[in-house]
Design a protein around this ligand. Structure first.
Ligand code: NAD
Length: 476
């Protein structure tokens, strides 16, 4: 393995403030009862900033601001004018992408290589893409006069803070809605920098409001009677609670929840490429990916070969400082998430699977977990059924395509799947039978704003991205 000298990205590009208020009606304001919490750098446990915690009165203020902006400004505004604001935001994101990427890596723990080369380009692309739709809604296939819904309450998780914000805010605004967004409590900082970008873009006050806080803030927001639409990305448990609270109201709801994707490798697959896809599928973003390829299904006659290559490849992964440009695997986002990964991995060993990690030195401070694979996994094991949301791969084998389909579908989730094979006909045969919202063939974890994304079963309902993503924000 090559030895690389450290190549840290400078954090001087980021202007961190000691504390942040809530972004309501175009301005940063203090929370009514003055509560706050700390956002820390998961790679060092250093406190980055004090973040305001929104209570029910603050949520009330934000929803009222969003309503006023919807009724008076954004709702009546012609689509071509809304588009100009969205283009402006997209360009500002590009201009400030280095700053946003460094802040994302500091607050989330993801490698700068990923925030810089994957998250930020996709964030800008989402705003560009939906800017293009703002004045063409009548051509989107939802009737000749699709109408906006009103005020959208949006709650997002911590794994792709800015990208999930873009998935939520860009289509909502393009369709003529206003929003109140709540970022996850461990990763609020880039959403607050995005709020500054809204100010810089002269976005009318109240069109975008950002309320920070934890689960209670999220609950106050989604249960507020003044919101017309709820969009949630997060865990299946919280998604279920939200579905219950929204049931019987007139609110529209979309849920993007967890996953336990099968990444299926056939014996005729190009093995080296498949191994890259397996690594990308589970170690990208420390495995904090709802559509991660967390179950490897490999055809029995090539299992030894695939595992040998996979282990060799895993030994080359660089785990460490997220701001180092050579880092492949960064920090686990929080102590709580690290605890969950440890608990499930220990269950894997206790239930009889065999655990392997490459030799790798983990930093002393911060939250870290070495890339790990489990072999000898059966379908009954918890590590084959439950979402680990970390850099842990469960390996199972199969003999026939039919068995691969049965095992892949044997999960309460249905978000994504991967197929690796040389045969086009087999890809189509498999894709027809896999109960997953996204099926990648000979690749994995590829995203594009034009392509819809979403799940079946306990992975949620509704689609984000593409033309389909507009439907969630229109009365059609
Ligand atoms: P989480 O459900 O605990 O939290 C998600 C968000 O919901 C956070 O902002 C949180 O503060 C908020 N929240 C918590 N309780 C709430 C309540 N009762 N009412 C309203 N909001 C509440 O999930 P997490 O641990 O932050 O994220 C990990 C999960 O998200 C994983 O299961 C992952 O698969 C899923 N996820 C899904 C997608 C997707 O597109 N399908 C994308 C990313 C993450």
């Amino acid at each position: 393995m090559f030895e690389y000298a450290p190549a840290p990205e400078s954090r001087s590009v980021v202007d961190l403030k000691p504390s942040y208020g809530l972004f309501i009606d175009g301005a940063f304001v203090d929370p009514t009862d003055g509560d706050s919490f700390k956002s820390i750098n998961p790679a060092s446990e250093e406190v980055l900033a004090e973040i305001a915690e929104a209570g029910a009165p603050d949520v009330e203020r934000a929803v009222r601001a969003a309503r006023k902006a919807y009724d008076k400004v954004w709702g009546p505004m012609p689509g071509r004018d809304r588009a100009k604001y969205l283009y402006r935001i997209a360009r500002l994101i590009q201009e400030r992408s280095r700053e946003l990427a460094v802040l994302e890596s500091l607050d989330n723990g993801k490698p700068i290589k990923e925030s810089r080369d994957v998250d930020l380009p996709l964030v800008a692309a989402h705003f560009f893409y939906y800017a293009g739709w703002a004045d063409k809604l009548e051509h989107a296939g939802f009737g000749s006069n699709p109408r906006s819904i009103g005020v959208a309450a949006q709650v997002i998780p911590w794994n792709f803070p800015l990208l999930m914000l873009a998935w939520k805010i860009a289509p909502a605004l393009a369709a003529g809605n206003t929003v109140v967004l709540k970022p996850a409590e461990t990763t609020s900082l880039t959403a607050l920098l995005f709020a500054e970008i809204c100010q810089q873009a002269d976005l009318p006050p109240g069109v975008v409001n950002i309320v920070t806080g934890a689960g209670d803030t999220g609950r106050a927001l989604v249960e507020h009677p003044g919101v017309d639409k709820v969009a949630f990305t997060g865990s299946t448990d919280v998604g279920r609670a939200i579905a219950r609270s929204v049931a019987g109201t007139r609110k529209k709801l979309t849920l993007e929840l967890g996953g336990k994707a099968a990444n299926i490798v056939f014996d005729d697959a190009p093995i080296d490429q498949a191994v890259e896809g397996i690594v990308n599928g589970i170690f990208f973003n420390q495995g904090h990916v709802c559509c991660a390829g967390s179950r490897l299904l490999v055809q029995e006659n090539v299992a030894d070969r695939v595992l040998e290559s996979l282990k060799r490849r895993m030994a080359q992964l660089r785990v460490g400082d997220p701001l180092d440009k050579n880092t492949d695997v960064g920090a686990i986002n929080s102590a709580a998430q690290l605890e969950r990964i440890r608990e499930l991995s220990d269950a894997g060993t206790a239930e009889g699977a065999e655990r392997w990690s490459p030799p790798c030195e983990l930093p002393e401070r911060g939250f870290w977990f070495a890339p790990t694979i489990f072999t000898g996994v059966t379908q009954a094991h918890r590590i084959a059924r439950e979402e680990i949301f970390g850099p842990v791969l469960s390996v199972l084998t199969f003999r026939t395509p039919a068995e691969a389909v049965e095992k892949a579908n044997n999960t309460p989730y249905g978000l994504s799947a991967g197929i690796w094979t040389d045969k086009g006909s087999r890809i189509l045969w498999m894709a027809d039978r896999l109960r997953a919202g996204v099926v990648w063939a000979n690749t994995f974890n590829k995203f594009d704003p034009t392509s819809p994304f979403g799940g079946y079963k306990e992975s949620g309902y509704g689609r984000e991205g593409g033309r389909h993503g507009l439907e969630a924000y229109l009365n059609v």
